[in-house]
Structures are given as C-alpha cells and as structure tokens.
Write a protein that binds this ligand. Structure first.
Ligand SMILES: Nc1nc2c(ncn2[C@@H]2O[C@H](COP(=O)(O)OP(=O)(O)OP(=O)(O)O)[C@@H](O)[C@H]2O)c(=O)[nH]1
Ligand SMILES: [Mg+2]
Length: 346
C-alpha cells in the first residue's frame, strides 16, 4: 500500500462508498492503570537486578500505539545494563510492506534501537529469536561474566500484543515434544482478549536441558498507558475509520462474513453482531476490535505518520507521550515506581 499520498487512496474508492476523512472528536473517559499492571511494574523493578535482557513486544500494525514509554522510563531508572530488543509481532498480518519497514528502520535508527519482526506463532521465527538470545548469552559466557541464575529474559509489552504466544513458541523448540504425552503444552495462557496474563510468570527454561548455560524467560501481563481513549465504542469507530481509509474496497475482510457492504456507521457493524447474539454495544465493540487484533490483515492502526512521513518526528512523538504521563497527576504515585522523570531520548 502506498501511504505517501492521499490521492492514491481516492483512486481506490468505489463509486458508491466514500470513507470519512475526518474522525470526530469524542469526549470520552481516558484509561487508568489497572491493579495487576501496577503490580507488574513493581515486579519489574524487583526483578531488574537478575535480568540480562528485556524483549519488548509490539504489534507491527500499531508500532506507535503499542510502544509504552513506561518501559523507556524503566531503562532510565538505573537499568541501562540490561539489553533491550524490540520485537514486532503479527508479521503475518502485515506481509511485505516495504514502506512500513523503511519507516521502522528510520525511527529505530534515530533512537539507536535494535528490532526484529516476526510471527509469534511461527516455529522458524521463534528459532531465529532463540538464536539471538543464545548468541547474547554466549557472549557473556565467553567474557566469563558469571551468571549463576542463567541468562534471564523478561518478555514485556502492551496488552494482547502476543507475548505469551511467543513465550510458548520459544518453549516449544526444546520442550514441545519431550514432556507430557507428547502433546504440545502451553506454558503460558494466551487469548483473544487483552489481560489474559494476570501476573508475572515463574521462570520458563527455553535452552536445551544439557546446555552449558540456561536461558530463561519471564512472561508478564500487558501494561498499558494511562490517558488513552478507553471507551470501546470510540475505539471501534476509530478502527472502522482507519479500515475504510486503507481498504475502502475490501468488503468482507473482518466484518462478520455474512455481510459484504462497507459502511461508515459503526452501529451497523454492531447490529451484524446482534444478529448472531444479543449483546451490548460495548461487548460488540470489544469483539470487533479483537477480530482486528487477531486477523486484521493489512490494516494499520497508526496511519498518520505514514501519510505524512516528512512532518512526523518519532522522537517528538515519544517525548510528547512522556510529557502526557508526567502530567497525569492522579496516578503520580504509581508512576514513580519507575524512577525519576529524566528526559528521554535527548
Ligand atoms: N496472526 C497472529 N496472531 C498472533 C500473533 N501473536 C499473537 N497472536 C494472537 O493474538 C492474541 C493475543 O496473544 P497473547 O499471546 O495472549 O497476547 P499477550 O501479549 O500475552 O496478552 P496479555 O497477556 O493479555 O497482555 C491471541 O489470539 C494470539 O493467537 C502473531 O504473530 N500473528
Ligand atoms: Mg499474556
């Protein structure tokens, strides 16, 4: 898809359907921290001295919305020695988008960050990630850095980005068939709705039983940001707005399969859900958003920076996000968990 010019999008319009080009400003409640997320942040601080690496998971289709500046703060709070690898999941839902890839390369170069892109469910992708972890672990071994607790990797990220799925794929490489009736055993529960993992996991061994140095994972609950739009109906409407902008002709995609007409009316989508089951607008909105999370192929959630690549600064965006958090006075006590409010990325 070409995001560099709006006229390109116009060309794709059907004669009968015109998507919205402006999204209405809703005055809706903003998100707050949830109890189990605050607990997880505290646990991160507690675990920090044992950690060698943090693998930070983001959704490739929402590279901005699933970046959490709280994790950046974590690295400023005296944890700079921990290696950091950014992993974009759901590659299978955004295949071969060169423009997006080039954008990510540019952004991460600016911040001197390493990233990879994968499908959390793919065994070969998991194997490649394990090779990276093995390589990092071997480096310490060769430098005779003592690791009495093995090489420890925390898997962190926003809710529902695919952390537990990836943990399971990594575990499966060396332990999938050996244990328990040769059935594939999940070490970490996964699910379609956000908030499946409720607490930070025990350590999960992923290196071979007889390896010289163990590599261990710690799964964690998704941690969101306060101050984001939390109303599911508004979120669903925004998704519909984006979907129509990007795929105006794609009628079925992840509307309920039975209906094929594109629409700008989010309630008409909800009604298609009602047909199947009597549910509230909120439940329908959540179900529909979850369909995007699972199978929203080629629909980006963060579209503006790709439409206006020259006007968008990644650094500025993140500093802004950080400022928003700093000014989130109500929750200040909780945010102090992650140390001082030093400026980032400067
Ligand atoms: N297509 C596709 N689906 C994925 C991928 N990774 C995860 N999923 C799906 O996304 C949903 C969420 O996955 P989880 O692994 O439970 O996500 P999580 O980050 O552990 O979620 P929380 O614990 O709730 O924060 C599940 O339905 C997974 O099957 C991926 O790379 N590609
Ligand atoms: Mg999970």
């Amino acid at each position: 898809m070409n995001f560099t010019s709006r006229p390109f999008i116009f060309k794709r319009l059907t004669s009968s359907f015109v998507p919205r080009f402006e999204f209405p400003k809703y005055n809706v409640p903003l998100s707050d921290f949830k109890g189990h997320q605050v607990k997880a942040l505290k646990k991160f601080q507690y675990l920090a001295p044992q950690l060698n690496m943090v693998v930070e998971i983001r959704d490739l289709r929402a590279p901005l919305s699933t970046r959490n500046v709280l994790f950046d703060k974590f690295f400023l709070a005296g944890n700079e020695k921990i290696k950091r690898l950014i992993v974009y999941t759901k590659k299978d839902l955004m295949p071969q988008n060169k423009e997006l890839l080039n954008t990510l390369i540019r952004w991460h170069k600016e911040l001197n960050e390493n990233f990879i892109i994968l499908d959390s469910k793919s065994p070969s992708d998991a194997k490649n990630l394990l090779k990276i972890l093995q390589w990092e672990s071997d480096k310490l071994l060769n430098d005779s850095v003592p690791l009495p607790m093995g090489y420890r990797v925390l898997v962190s990220g926003m809710p529902n980005v695919g952390k537990s799925t990836l943990v399971n794929s990594l575990r499966y490489i060396n332990y999938g068939k050996k244990n328990e009736n040769t059935k594939r055993r999940k070490v970490s529960k996964t699910g379609n709705e956000a908030g499946v993992t409720r607490s930070t996991s025990e350590i999960i061994k992923i290196s071979k039983e007889d390896s010289q140095q163990g590599i261990y994972l710690i799964d964690s609950p998704g941690i969101g940001l306060p101050g984001r739009v939390s109303n599911p109906v508004a979120q669903a409407d925004y998704l519909l707005f984006l979907m129509n902008l990007q795929k105006p002709k794609n009628k079925v995609l992840w509307y309920p399969e039975s209906d094929t007409k594109p629409t700008n009316d989010i309630y008409s989508i909800f009604r298609r859900f009602y047909d199947m089951k009597k549910i509230s607008d909120t439940t329908a909105a959540i179900s529909w958003i979850n369909q995007w999370k699972r199978k929203g192929k080629n629909i980006l959630f963060d579209i503006e920076p790709l439409l206006q690549p020259n006007e968008f600064s990644y650094k500025e965006y993140l500093l802004n996000d950080l400022k928003k958090i700093e000014s989130y006075k109500l929750e200040n006590d909780k945010l102090n968990i992650l140390g001082s409010s030093k400026q980032l990325f400067l």
